[in-house]
Design a protein around this ligand. Structure first.
Ligand code: FAD
Length: 542
């Protein structure tokens, strides 16, 4: 895996490399206005950027991706060391058909590139000081049995919960997740439906309508945290995330999520796209109100017919200092999500207490969330998500060992914490707590150790607040009120990725590429022959 891939002809007819590994960053040629085809520049190679590249290549655009980091993938990066493999960010796959759609746009089949495996259960939730655990997954009988461990009454409410969250999923996610919200009236049109489904109230209260037992409430109400959303502040639209995991399952790709990123890189190269890594864009260029290209940190100018920005949307104005977004809501800047302290540990022993995905929740769960989100202060208690993929795929760690990624939500850098000082302290605190909970000998077993902190998210992923996800998925930052998929000031400038509509998470980022592709198709009626196998969104599942 990894290594450079030879791309086909580049934008100026020069042969270039598309890199999926650090060593193969390209010497960029600059000034690359396309000859014989329209040129799109994509800034950033997260799931949003890569999937947009594939979609636009299939529509006949010539595509160049400029990525600041040495490798593609953004938050979905990979660390490999000493025989241990870690996905740096996303690890839990839902809505696999959205990935299939991207492969289909290239005329490819997902199964020819990656092997998907369904996890059953999806994950186990432990609470410290509580003997019972909760296995969450798509096996309905098993799920009911887990609920009955805590409350028969709540178990009897499962079908009602699924009916209500399923309706929200269909009307709130499948429909509105695929359309743009450039106009306020489109957002207003959606409100009666959402009000009818009671999806506008806060998620935590909504879940409380169905379930009364605190552990069950937490098990069904925490999923918005996966995309940085505080359950007491996000709309109940995000109940669809729990629904999806039950209705559709939780999936794993062999080799980890990065195997999808790698295959997207290969497909882009095969389709003639060009990827420059180590190419940070400092400025989006425009003339007469229209985007004309970008300037990279080393001063090179890449001309283009359109620019698609996949970096953090809160950095938008810094890249366009002379064309600020005039939207009045910018008076109150978009609020960014919490961050994460990630520990990637290669151990020389297996910790059988861990499933593939495990959550361990300490004291005062609600206080913990409040600390890292609303209060923006270092959490006084603990709650972690742990990824141990060698449980499913032994090759992710050497024999007898485990590759363990631990995610501790922490406030983003607006808290003012100094992470050069905080990192060793928080590392020891988390590991000691986990040892006491049920992983004895964890620290002594570590043979490989890496970490990401809010500073990594700021300095490497270029998220100004060191935020782990994007902007908070609250109602006042959703749809029309989120960063639009097309710029409000500059023509020919578009946005994809977690900070724009419909939102964060791998499925959300993939949907942004479809919404943006549809906008571009409308804005640039094509003299192109599409190589797509059909219209976007053609693989709609029931
Ligand atoms: C720890 C963690 C765990 C997660 N777990 C899950 C999960 O289990 N399931 C799930 O579905 N989602 C999960 N997510 C969310 C998911 O990873 C993201 O929503 C998604 O990957 C974001 O994709 P994106 O398109 O927004 O791009 P990003 O991944 O944000 O990548 C953007 C890229 O743009 C580049 N860039 C930015 N600015 C510039 C510039 N000026 N010039 C050049 N390049 C630039 C950056 O270097 C970066 O590579 C997780 C996220 C994190 C952080």
């Amino acid at each position: 895996m990894g290594g450079p891939i030879r791309a086909q002809r580049g934008a100026r007819g020069t042969s270039k490399m598309a890199s999926t590994g650090g060593a193969a960053s390209t010497a960029s040629t600059g000034g690359s206005m396309a000859q014989g085809g329209r040129q799109a520049i994509i800034v950033g190679s997260g799931f949003g950027g890569l999937s947009t590249a594939i979609r636009l290549l299939s529509d006949g655009w010539q595509v160049t991706i400029l990525e600041a980091r040495p490798e593609i993938g953004g938050r979905a990066s990979r660390i490999q060391e000493g025989g241990y493999t870690f996905d740096t960010g996303p690890s839990l796959i839902t809505m696999p058909w959205l990935f299939e759609e991207v492969y289909a746009a290239a005329g490819e089949k997902m199964s020819d590139h990656v092997t998907l495996r369904q996890l059953q259960p999806g994950y186990r939730i432990f609470w410290t000081g509580e003997d019972r655990h909760f296995d969450f997954g798509s096996d309905r009988e098993q799920l009911l049995a887990e609920m009955r461990k805590f409350s028969n009454d709540d178990a009897n409410q499962l079908e009602a919960f699924l009916a209500a969250s399923g309706a929200i999923h269909r009307e709130g996610i499948l429909v509105s997740g695929r359309q743009n919200f450039l106009n306020l009236k489109d957002f207003v049109k959606l409100l009666p439906t959402m009000a009818r489904l009671d999806a506008i109230r806060f998620l935590q209260g909504w879940v409380g309508k169905f379930f009364k037992e605190p552990h069950v409430q937490q098990a069904f109400g925490f999923h918005s945290l996966f995309i940085g959303g505080d359950p007491s502040r996000v709309p109940a639209i995000y109940s669809a995330l729990a629904y999806l995991q039950i209705a559709d399952g939780i999936w794993y790709t062999e080799g980890g999520v990065y195997s999808i990123i790698e295959s997207f890189g290969k497909i882009i190269a095969k389709m003639g796209g060009v990827i420059h890594t180590n190419s940070k864009v400092d400025q989006i260029l425009h003339r007469n109100g229209r985007a004309t290209g970008v300037r990279t940190a080393d001063g090179e100018v890449h001309n283009a017919d359109l620019v698609i920005y996949n970096g953090d949307v809160t950095a938008r104005d810094a890249l366009l200092p002379d064309a600020p977004d005039a939207f009045p809501w910018r008076l109150r800047p978009l609020r960014t999500t919490m961050s994460a302290h990630m520990l990637y540990l290669g151990t020389n022993k297996k910790f059988e207490k861990l499933l593939h995905h495990t959550l361990v929740v300490g004291d005062d769960y609600y206080g913990f969330i409040k600390d890292v989100t609303r209060e923006r202060r270092m959490p006084r208690s603990n709650a972690v998500y742990i990824h141990a993929p060698s449980r499913t795929e032994p090759e992710m760690a050497p024999p007898g060992g485990d590759s363990i990624a631990i995610l501790l939500p922490v406030p983003n850098l607006r808290s003012g914490d100094d992470w050069t000082e905080a990192e060793p302290r928080m590392r020891d605190r988390t590991l000691e707590w986990l040892e006491n909970w049920g992983l004895p000998g964890l620290r002594d077993s570590i043979v490989v150790e890496r970490s990401w902190t809010p500073l990594t998210f700021r300095d490497e992923l270029l998220a100004p607040d060191g935020n782990a996800f994007a902007v908070e998925p609250s109602l006042e930052q959703s749809a029309y009120f989120r960063q639009p998929n097309r710029d409000r000031t500059i023509a020919g400038l578009y946005y994809v990725g977690g900070g724009t509509h419909p939102g964060a998470g791998m499925p959300g980022a993939l949907l942004t590429s479809q919404v943006t592709q549809d906008l571009i198709r409308g804005d640039y009626p094509a003299p192109f022959t599409s190589r797509a196998t059909g219209p976007t969104g053609n693989l709609v599942r029931p």
